[in-house]
Design a protein. Structure first.
Length: 142
């Protein structure tokens, strides 16, 4: 622990202007919180369908890379690394310096856009439908 800094992680922490404290919050957060922090924007079609703007990424989701050297690449999520807060997408690969086999490139979830969702998890889909109905009803009332 550094001098002058308090406890590693608190759920009651609200915000700070200091980037060092923001990074500290993300790095020291438990994995169930990191999973929520690793979310990506939904495409316009999905946004209208589910009434949500973003959601957590999962293995099997189809995404489009929006930023970086692989921008425009569309692929399926191969792995979600919660420890390092990185996502690996099929198609976002680079060759090693010695011309070796292609290696996966770690991407930040915030630089991705979800195009289609992995519908294998019934609990995830139930949660999505529930939230989408609530927001659609509130939008209809306005």
């Amino acid at each position: 622990m550094r001098f002058g800094m308090k406890a590693k992680w608190k759920s009651s922490w609200k915000a700070s202007k200091k980037p060092s404290k923001q990074r500290k919050y993300r790095w020291n957060a438990p994995l169930h919180i990191v999973h929520k922090l690793m979310s990506a924007h939904l495409s316009k079609e999905l946004r209208q369908k589910y009434g949500m703007r973003s959601m957590a990424v999962r293995k099997g989701d189809k995404v489009k890379v929006m930023r970086g050297q692989f921008s425009g690449t569309i692929g399926e999520i191969d792995e979600v690394d919660l420890v390092h807060s990185k996502v690996y997408v099929k198609g976002a690969e680079f060759k090693g310096k010695a011309g070796t086999a292609p290696r996966r490139y770690p991407l930040n979830a915030s630089k991705l856009m979800l195009i289609s969702l992995n519908t294998d998890d019934k609990a995830r889909m139930k949660k999505l439908r529930g939230k989408g109905l609530e927001t659609a009803k509130s939008a209809a009332k306005k």
